[in-house]
Design a protein around this ligand. Structure first.
Ligand code: SF4
Length: 343
């Protein structure tokens, strides 16, 4: 198995999995708390250790233009390379930070106690048994267990399953190169402000933008999600810049604008008003994006997919209730081909 790291002098190592490129001293972990330096070598503390697994509608990831109305066998581990103060999955992603504080042995003990072992064969067999059409690497940041993702993805592909990454977009080029079996990415574009990324998320905006461009250049399917947080990332100008960035790459990239609910360390901010979400959708559409969706507002008309040619509803959604009217990815009314992975 190819491990993404380099050895450095003084028994240090450099992790190559994400754009933090952590230099890790002996017996410590990187920023994600799950990639450790033991005796000058990289040890993957969550390797083949799953912390969450569920059979989910693919729409929950969210992927709206990949095999609609199908199920995705979804896996997550502990740890994260971001520290979003509003994290909605903080029990998986952030707790280990408090427990381990970069100590490799504490982190390992925590993971061994609260995760379950799995093999790639078991995962793929289970996905097929449950009639899933894809495997989603999600819940926490999959980049930090990229070698484990790779193992499963190779096997999944052989059995005709799609591989889906749900990620914050900090993959290194080395990780993107390794993940050739991945079919689609949903990348969180959390804001278009460098300050927001530094202060609220713990990373750099330009690195995420670079990842999005690189994934698109690799001709992988990509959807983008933005959790709209009142007073934090919903400035009109910022949303206009974000929308033109996405449209500048490809007007067929679906943009999901999701409703924020107070969580983790951001419980003092109220849920996003619907009109703010609608404003952001209008901004996306005015930038020329063909598919802008509302998220976490079941029953809203902007959950549907509209044909970009004749504007009729071609996929109806209400929460996870989905009716797909497309015929082999084409509009049943005007035969316009919609962008996505439909078969
Ligand atoms: S994956 Fe973890 S250890 Fe590796 S560079 Fe990213 S944060 Fe650091």
């Amino acid at each position: 198995m190819e491990l993404l790291y380099e050895k450095l002098p003084d028994a240090k190592i450099k992790c190559l999995a994400c754009k933090h490129y952590c230099i890790i001293p002996e017996n410590k972990t990187g920023i994600c708390h799950v990639r450790a330096n033991i005796k000058g070598e990289l040890m993957l503390l969550t390797h083949r250790m799953v912390a969450a697994k569920h059979l989910d509608p693919i729409e929950k990831k969210p992927f709206y233009h990949v095999l609609p109305q199908t199920l995705s066998y979804s896996l997550g581990t502990f740890g994260c390379n971001f520290r979003c103060l509003f994290c909605q999955n903080w029990q998986l992603s952030q707790i280990i930070k408090e427990v381990a504080k970069y100590d490799a042995f504490k982190a390992s003990k925590f993971i061994q106690t609260y995760s379950s072992p799995f093999s790639p064969e078991e995962v793929v067999e289970k996905a097929l048994q449950l009639n899933a059409k894809s495997i989603a690497y999600t819940y926490n940041e999959p980049t930090i267990w990229v070698e484990g993702v790779k193992e499963i993805a190779v096997l999944a592909k052989k059995h005709g399953l799609k591989n889906l990454m749900v990620s914050s977009g900090y993959e290194s080029e080395e990780t993107l190169n390794l993940l050739e079996e991945v079919d689609a990415y949903n990348i969180d574009l959390k804001s278009f402000s460098s300050e927001f990324y530094i202060n609220i998320v713990g990373s750099k905006l330009e690195n995420v933008l670079e990842t999005i461009e690189s994934i698109h250049k690799r001709k992988k399917w990509i959807e983008i999600t933005t959790l709209l947080i009142p007073g934090k990332n919903n400035d009109e100008k910022e949303l206009e810049d974000m929308a033109s960035f996405i449209a500048g790459i490809d007007k067929n990239i679906p943009w999901h604008i999701s409703r924020f609910h107070p969580d983790y360390k951001m419980t003092d901010v109220p849920p996003t008003p619907i009109k703010e979400l609608e404003k952001a959708i209008r901004i996306g559409e005015e930038a020329g994006l063909n598919y802008v969706y509302i998220g976490n507002v079941p029953g809203h008309e902007k959950e549907n997919t509209y044909c970009p040619c004749c504007n009729k509803i071609v996929i109806e959604r209400s929460g996870y209730e989905v009716k797909n009217h497309l015929i082999k990815g084409k509009c049943p009314y005007c035969s316009c081909k919609l962008a996505g992975i439909w078969e």
